[in-house]
Design a binder for this molecule. Structure first.
Ligand code: GUN
Ligand code: ZN
Length: 429
């Protein structure tokens, strides 16, 4: 017998993109969602669904918003313990804080402890899927997939390959990078809800030989995602120019080694040249905006309005722990603020879309996660729009749903996440 639960509340579904036309017209609000085993069976009128499914267990969430779990399209789970490290810009931040922490992940016990801590923290913040960099160590990938598999979570991850400009103990080679990535991919990709992403960290930490090997691996497994970083800080871009003097631009260091494609995810992409923007659009690559990271590390202001207008596929991400929060609410707030600084404020519907459907599209998973619709996997969150006194007093005088939800986007945290469901099961926070 199927296990059925009817969740009543204000169920938020997207019917289109809020970046095309009036943002609110891309959304419908229904009275209930019917979860059957690990899937969404129906969305619609609460009384009708109740009458047609008398055996369903009913949970009434009143005025709370029921929506898809957040999808975080770019994270580094191994950076959980060193989040919010003070005062450095990208390259110094990597050398001072990040690499010493990542060194610890050769120890499977430590990797397992942090993977579980990270998944506990993100579930509490309403994130049900993420795409994570691991470390150079295969153990770090095994630990993350093992932890996610136990929770029946849909996640993407890959071994972060580096064979230069990283400390001893945190480098592989072109060959071992290929071999270890391939072995992990063969072990994990497509198992339960797990997917492997081929993961060269970024051009400065890979030799041309390693980039070529990563490109060859992707050519062998083109259905896999490939994730990396691109044009995050101006000093980083200058360094890439020194390391690859013959490249036309930063993107070219990936392009010439077969690392530009429609299943590629490029994190940050702030300081793009016209050729880079055009090529990324031509191949339909995914661009990942990491706003709290970009302000925290001082990287720059992502051009959301321009890139969306040009038809890029854009997702939203925390970039933990360069990002300063595990919360996609806080991340949406930072995206809003960066939009304001660029003269283009994002609507609440656009922010919620980016953190669900938008990110799922960048992972090529929008057919199964990121929205509340029949047939989708039942990864759901319940948002309390009055989770603190400060938010509640603002929400109390809201004149419509969008005014009611925006204070939670701007001021909310894990207290706003009333409930989380992963694959049809309620997760206890
Ligand atoms: N570029 C290369 N590695 C990293 C990383 O770990 N975090 C951020 N923000 N940028 C990077
Ligand atoms: Zn990153």
């Amino acid at each position: 017998m199927a296990q059925k639960t009817l969740l009543k509340g204000r169920v938020l579904s997207f019917t289109g993109s809020p970046f095309e036309g009036e943002p609110t017209e891309a959304v419908i609000i229904s009275g209930a969602v019917l979860v059957e085993d690990d899937r969404i069976a129906a969305v619609g009128d609460a009384e009708n669904l109740r009458a047609n499914n008398p055996e369903a267990n009913v949970v009434d969430h009143g005025q709370n918003v029921i929506m898809a779990g957040f999808v975080d399209a770019h994270v580094h789970y191994p950076q959980t313990a060193m989040i919010a490290s003070w005062g450095k810009r990208l390259i110094d931040w990597l050398n001072t804080y990040t690499f010493p922490e990542e060194m610890k992940f050769g120890d499977p016990a430590y990797a397992g402890e942090i993977a579980n801590r990270y998944l506990d923290l993100t579930a509490a913040h309403g994130t049900t899927t993420m795409c994570s960099f691991c470390t150079i160590h295969p153990e770090s990938v095994d630990a993350f997939f093992t932890a996610a598999q136990k929770r029946n979570q849909r996640v993407v991850a890959g071994k972060t390959c580096m064979d230069r400009n990283a400390p001893e103990g945190l480098r592989d080679t072109a060959q071992t990078g290929y071999d270890q990535s391939q072995a992990l991919l063969e072990n994990w990709h497509g198992v339960d809800r797990l997917s492997y992403a081929i993961t060269p960290r970024f051009s400065p930490t890979s030799t041309p030989e390693q980039l070529e090997a990563m490109g060859a691996l992707w050519a062998d497994y083109p259905h896999c995602l490939m994730q990396t970083h691109l044009s995050e800080q101006t000093d980083e871009i200058a360094w890439v120019r020194e390391l690859f003097p013959e490249a036309r631009d930063y993107l070219d260091t990936y392009e010439k080694f077969g690392l530009l494609g429609s299943n590629g995810l490029y994190g940050h992409v702030i300081h793009l040249e016209a050729r880079e923007r055009d090529r990324l659009r031509e191949v339909d690559a995914a661009l990942i905006h990491c706003p709290t990271s970009n302000t925290f590390i001082g990287s720059g202001l992502f051009d959301m309005a321009g890139l969306m207008r040009d038809g890029h596929r854009v997702g939203l991400a925390t970039d933990t722990g360069g990002g300063s929060s595990f919360s996609m609410l806080r991340t949406m707030a930072a995206a809003y603020e960066i939009g304001q600084l660029r003269g283009a404020p994002l609507h609440a519907a656009q922010l919620l879309w980016l953190s669900t459907v938008g990110s799922a599209r960048t992972l090529r998973m929008d057919d199964c996660i990121g929205n509340v619709a029949p047939g989708m996997e039942a990864d759901l969150i319940v948002l309390d729009l009055a989770s603190t006194p400060a938010i509640a007093q603002r929400e109390a005088c809201a004149e419509n749903l969008w005014e009611a939800i925006f204070p939670t986007i701007m001021m909310g945290d894990d207290r706003a996440i009333a409930e989380v469901w992963i694959a049809g099961q309620r997760v206890s926070n």
